[in-house]
Design a protein around this ligand. Structure first.
Ligand SMILES: [Zn+2]
Length: 151
């Protein structure tokens, strides 16, 4: 069967949904996991190792019929701060969003202080963000956002 380039593009494109671009290639799976994509029933395409000037090799994720809330998007900033989301309607990009690091991160990152109350009681973690530094709200221990352990 003969396939034209145009047809190939149509197969790769999505009619409605979100394209998540500029993901560092080694974070693609983590981003998908953070967004709960493995629990969706809509089609999801994960692509790895596309060349990128911004992040070295990059990953791209296409999610059909799914639009993310700002809260969901802000979770991404912890693992992949340069990510760009394109909102697609009728095969056209109608909006582009850059992931912003929020001032506070709730329940995504583990505190690296074993004595911290969040590691000993069933409660949500909370960090204040300043640049690349996260400060635990409860024990005030600081950690580098690039080295955090996710919950
Ligand atoms: Zn703590």
């Amino acid at each position: 069967m003969k396939t034209t380039n145009k047809k190939e593009r149509l197969v790769a494109a999505i009619e409605n949904g979100t394209v998540i671009d500029h993901i560092p290639a080694d974070k693609t799976y983590q981003v998908a996991s953070l967004l709960g994509l493995f629990n969706l029933s809509t089609p999801v395409t994960l692509g790895f190792n596309y060349p990128s000037k911004k992040v070295g090799n990059k990953g791209i994720i296409k999610v059909s019929d799914k639009f993310f809330t700002d809260n969901e998007i802000s979770r991404l900033s912890v693992v992949a701060p340069k990510v760009i989301l394109s909102i697609i309607r009728d095969y056209e990009v109608v909006e582009k969003k850059t992931v912003e690091t929020p001032n506070e991160i709730r329940g995504i990152v583990k505190c690296n202080n074993p004595k911290c109350i969040t590691n000993n009681e069933p409660m949500q973690t909370l960090f204040h963000v300043e640049g690349d530094m996260l400060t635990c709200h409860y024990c005030e221990k600081e950690q580098d956002i690039n080295k955090v352990e996710l919950l």
